[in-house]
Structures are given as structure tokens and as C-alpha cells.
Design a protein around this ligand. Structure first.
Ligand code: ADP
Ligand code: MG
Length: 288
């Protein structure tokens, strides 16, 4: 019977770490034609490591790191964690910043002493008037690194480059989706050069420089062409997860992503995305 097939698919999914919030998720997942995936924390581990510190000439690496760590101290963003980890490893105490405020898709702003300070994307830093070495940022990004700029009162202190590796099962998962007639697309707030480097190794298309509202608009656009699944982990993904026919959160994702999504991949395997669609197709096929 219909309820029995769906109930058994829900429990079979749960045994494999695929948590679905109700039978309607199975029906929607069976009809998915496009899958949009966030980059950081979804297609990649989401645990970037600092690879390069590039302070401006009169600033030390220690001051660059201490300032950035101070601004990021209260942030759970993967880039913040990378900066805080590097500072801890180097024995550098974060400077005591206050009033920190996340600028989703752009960076973090805080107050340090009398100064306003930022750790932000090169694009946002340029908009604030404080990007000192765009050529260096561009070169590091083309190698697949994510670069942030550190600013003190709009004066550049330097750049910090980080590398986040794709999850080992990501390329195979993208191949499987394509073979199933489902088109994968990477959506990222990161810049086009880093995005190209990562999407290129996965063999999929991408859209970069996306703010949360751009991800939402992209999902709306894709939904016009058929069922769309969105996989994400961040606060910045929540509007898109809500809009998608099926929103799927990574188990390691933020609470906001997990609450908003229709389903969760508890084991953080991107390979579970094609598995989820296959389970749904088989279940609905049995029912029809
Ligand atoms: P993604 O879509 O890849 O998960 P986000 O939308 O979270 O990325 O962030 C997009 C860009 O905004 C980052 O690449 C970075 O430049 C900047 N950014 C966002 N949050 C932070 C932060 N806490 N610290 C530094 N930069 C940040
Ligand atoms: Mg993310």
C-alpha cells in the first residue's frame, strides 16, 4: 500500500543516515531534475586551513592574525574556524574585538579599540575601499584558495588565504547524478576563480559570488524547469533550502539549515544525494 511503501522508505533512509521529515519528501525527491549544491561545507569538507598570510609591508603576520582572530572569535563560519585554529596553533591571542556582526556572504564586522575592523571577501573589501593587493588575491583564488581581506578603519592590514578540499566522494556523486538525468549545479558565495577551480575538478557547472538572496533566486529559476533539490549547510543557504522542492541539509550544518530543510544527510556524504533520489524513485515507482 502507499503509506506502507513510504513508511518503509523513510525507515530504510533513516538506517542509512538519510533523515526525511515526512512522506511528501519522498514524492518530491522522486521528481527532482536539478540539484543545486552549496560549495563550502557541502561539496567541500568545510574545514579550510590557512595556507598563506600576506600582511601589508608595515604590518606583522602576528598582528594580521591577531586582528582577524579577534573579529572572527564569535563566528562559527568555516573560514572563521580556520583563522582561529591557525592563531591558536601559532600561540597568538585574538585581539579583544566587540560588537561583531556577520555580513552574510560578505564577511564579519567588529569594533577593536576605537577602530571599526572587517574580515571580508576581497570584493567586499574593495567596496569598502580597502583592498591592497588585488593581483595577489586573484592569483591565489585561481589556484582554488579562498582569500579574505583584513581591514582596520578601511585601511588594509593584509590578506589571508585558505584551502578547503572537495569531499572525497563529491566527484563520483556528481557523475552519478548526471547519469541519472539529474543536472548538478554548484552555488557559492565564493568568488568565480575559486569556484571554477573546485567545480572544474568535479566536472560540474557553477554560479559564484552569490549572496543568500541570489541562491534563492537561482532556485526559483531552476524550479520553473522542474523539481529542484538544494543541498546546503549554512545560514546563508536557509532561504534557498526553504524554496527548493526538496531542501537537504548536511548533518554538520548549522541549526538554521537543519531546521529549514526537508531532509538531512547525517553522515555528511555527498554520495548520499544520488542515493536519496534513487530511494525516492524506487519507492514512487513501486507505488505507481
Ligand atoms: P559559501 O556559499 O561558499 O558557503 P558564504 O556565502 O558563507 O560562502 O561566504 C561567501 C564569502 O563571504 C566567503 O568566501 C568570504 O569571502 C566571505 N565571508 C563570509 N563569512 C565570512 C567570515 N566569517 N569571515 C570571513 N569572510 C567571510
Ligand atoms: Mg556552506
Amino acid at each position: 500500500s502507499v503509506p506502507a511503501s513510504i513508511a518503509s522508505a523513510l525507515s530504510s533512509g533513516a538506517r542509512h543516515g538519510l533523515l526525511m521529515k515526512g512522506g511528501a519528501v519522498i514524492e518530491a525527491a522522486a521528481n527532482v531534475r536539478h540539484v543545486a549544491l552549496d560549495k563550502t561545507g557541502t561539496l567541500t569538507h568545510g574545514q579550510p586551513a590557512v595556507t598563506c598570510l600576506l600582511p601589508v609591508p608595515d604590518v606583522t603576520e602576528a598582528r594580521l592574525l591577531a586582528t582577524a582572530a579577534g573579529v572572527e572569535a564569535g563566528s562559527s563560519h568555516p573560514l572563521a574556524q580556520a583563522i582561529l585554529r591557525r592563531a591558536a596553533e601559532a600561540g597568538i591571542a585574538p585581539l579583544p574585538a566587540r560588537d561583531a556582526r556577520a555580513l552574510p556572504g560578505k564577511g564579519v564586522e567588529a569594533v577593536l579599540g576605537e577602530s571599526r575592523v572587517w574580515v571580508a571577501s576581497p570584493r567586499h573589501a574593495a567596496a569598502l575601499g580597502g583592498l591592497h593587493d588585488e593581483a595577489a588575491a586573484v592569483a591565489l583564488e585561481a589556484k582554488g584558495m579562498t582569500v579574505v581581506a583584513v581591514l582596520d578603519e578601511r585601511q588594509p592590514l593584509g590578506l589571508i588565504a585558505m584551502r578547503d578540499e572537495p569531499r572525497p566522494d563529491a566527484a563520483e556523486a556528481m557523475r552519478q547524478l548526471t547519469a541519472m538525468g539529474v543536472t548538478p549545479l554548484m552555488l557559492t558565495g565564493d568568488n568565480p576563480r575559486t569556484a571554477q577551480a573546485i567545480a572544474g575538478t568535479l566536472g560540474i557547472d557553477f554560479r559564484a559570488g552569490m549572496l543568500p538572496e541570489d541562491k534563492l533566486a537561482a532556485i526559483r529559476e531552476m524550479a520553473a524547469k522542474g523539481g529542484v533539490m538544494m543541498i546546503g549547510d549554512g545560514i546563508n543557504d536557509a532561504p534557498a533550502l526553504k524554496q527548493a522542492s526538496v531542501g537537504v541539509a548536511m548533518g554538520s550544518g548549522t541549526d538554521v539549515a537543519l531546521e529549514t530543510a526537508d531532509a538531512a544527510i547525517l553522515r555528511n556524504r555527498v554520495g548520499d544525494v544520488p542515493a536519496l533520489i534513487r530511494l525516492a524513485r524506487v519507492t514512487m515507482g513501486n507505488i505507481r
